[in-house]
Design a protein around this ligand. Structure first.
Ligand code: SAH
Ligand code: SF4
Ligand code: F3S
Length: 459
């Protein structure tokens, strides 16, 4: 192997949407350097594992995956790169005791991957490299294409990092301090995506609400408005908002633009003001409820989703019941719920993890059972209605069945007489389960997306 042109790479992604988008950036960088994508680990000479550190379990996924790669590496040559949040969190600590890991690369350093690989490839043996410096170069990034797998909906990162330091959260130590991507680069990317036929744009950041263009100071509600003015994509979403900084201006910008989906993910974490205080979330239960009222007053049909943690240090049974009552009162369309897991370097790691595992387990089951009942009731109200769905995929089992998302981000499986991927479809809802809706296509709205011959490479 002499250079990157003879290298086949495989990327395994764990974690959130930002990691998915980062894997598309990594693919773009490797592709621009001449490497090609392999269909499987077995066919690759380089495996990049893009990792998540948010909970103990997320990190453990990396170690069990590395076990598999190590066996493979013993049989034949293989370069192993660990990317993402675990890489940034542990840096050279990842190589200590794991000499089979060749490269450790954090989120600010993906542009440097080809340069890190070149000496190893030229000399036929691997030189270990740790690339975890902290300086995001948005300009250099803009010159490298993002190699997207999804041709319908595109992730666009607008900011990265977090300065909130919630007591339980490792993200400020993996993604670093808040960094804002220039508005010009964001809008250029949206325009390129529009030209490539993308139907939906999803803006990403750990705290999108506090976005500020480094050059002009333009803020998030204006970013939404400017993006909505780009003809082409019909749906715009964003994740994540923080209840403390989610502001009335953003509510107004959402309500004004028909392109901004009537959907919002607003992580509550806990229903008790005392627990929220210990978590250092910066808002009370009442303040959270006020934001929900504001949203529903402006957009009565809005779908809300949230994140919940059970068993945070010191969480009493009464405090936990307040999480259940918040779920009953607000009636989210979807939730993501987790058992508290202590993480290195966080403030909560210094507190005793004193809610017993079986209590955490039982609380999680209660949360999920309650939410399931709420979703069944909510989904029941859809039967007989005709809703707008963006087709995103086809069922493997049945050619005539497609899957897609509603404006509220609900999964909708539907029968359609023609290819529905990349098209807006009017679907009549005929059935449901707790986690999805079912229906039949009545009409196609937009012209068929002309599929590019290969995943669209965008600059
Ligand atoms: N930037 C986003 C995402 C954070 S991680 C935000 O601020 O919401 C996604 C979710 O994981 C969090 O909202 C939280 O519910 C959960 N989480 C984070 N750290 C955790 C921990 N130590 N234990 C359990 N759940 C955790
Ligand atoms: Fe973590 Fe809190 Fe920042 Fe979200 S806002 S990434 S939960 S520290
Ligand atoms: Fe995980 Fe990092 Fe995302 S810790 S949730 S991959 S920001």
């Amino acid at each position: 192997m002499a250079d990157l042109t003879s290298l086949a790479y495989y990327i395994e992604t764990f974690g959130c949407q930002m990691n998915e988008n980062d894997s598309e950036r990594i693919a773009g960088v490797l592709d621009a350097a001449g490497a090609r994508r392999a269909a499987s680990v077995e066919e690759s000479g380089l495996v990049v594992v893009n990792t998540c550190a948010v909970r103990g379990k997320s990190e453990e996924k990396l170690y069990s995956y590395l076990g598999r790669l190590r066996t493979l590496k013993r049989k034949r040559g293989l370069i192993i790169a660990v990317a993402g949040c675990v890489a940034q969190l542990h840096r050279d600590g990842l190589i200590d005791g794991r000499p089979f890991v060749d490269i450790v690369v954090g989120p600010d350093n993906y542009q440097r991957l080809p340069e890190a690989l070149a000496p190893s490839l030229a000399q036929g043996r691997v030189f270990a490299r740790v690339l975890t410096s902290r300086s995001r170069n948005w300009d250099e990034e803009a010159r490298r294409p993002v190699l997207r797998e999804n041709r319908v909906s595109a992730y666009v990162t607008i900011m990265e990092g977090c300065d909130n330091f919630c007591a339980y959260c490792v993200v400020p130590f993996t993604r670093g301090r808040e960094k804002f991507r220039p508005l010009r680069a964001v809008l250029e990317e949206v325009e390129a995506l529009a030209q490539a036929g993308y139907r939906e744009i999803q803006f990403l950041g750990q705290n999108v609400n506090i976005y500020r263009d480094p050059a002009t100071g333009t803020r998030f509600p204006d970013l939404l408005e400017r993006a909505a003015a780009v003809p082409g994509p019909e749906w715009i979403r964003f994740i994540t908002s923080h209840p403390r900084t989610f502001d009335p201006e953003t509510v107004r910008a959402m309500a004004r633009s028909p392109k901004v989906c009537r959907q919002l993910h607003l992580p509550l974490q806990a229903g008790s003001t005392a627990v929220l205080g210990r978590m250092k979330r910066g808002y009370t239960r009442d303040e959270y409820f006020e934001k929900i009222h504001l949203l529903r007053a402006a957009m009565p049909d809005i779908h809300l989703s949230t994140d919940i943690i059970v068993g945070f240090p010191g969480e009493t049974e009464e405090e936990f019941r307040e999480t259940l009552s918040a779920l009953s009162e607000i009636r989210f369309s979807n939730i993501f719920s987790f058992r508290y897991s202590p993480r290195p370097r966080t403030a909560a790691a210094k507190l005793p993890d004193d809610v017993p595992l079986d209590v955490k387990r039982r609380r999680l089951i209660e949360v999920q059972a309650l939410q399931k009942t709420i979703q069944v009731e909510l989904h029941g109200t859809f039967v007989g209605r005709t809703i707008r769905v963006l087709g995103t995929g086809r069922s493997r089992k049945d050619e005539a069945v497609y899957s897609g998302r509603s404006e509220g981000y609900q999964v909708v499986n539907f029968r359609a007489p023609d290819d529905a991927v990349g098209r807006f479809v009017r679907v009549r809802i005929t059935g449901y389960g707790p986690y999805s809706l079912r229906g039949d296509a009545l009409a196609f709205e937009a012209p068929r997306l002309v599929a590019p011959p290969r995943p669209a490479a965008l600059g």
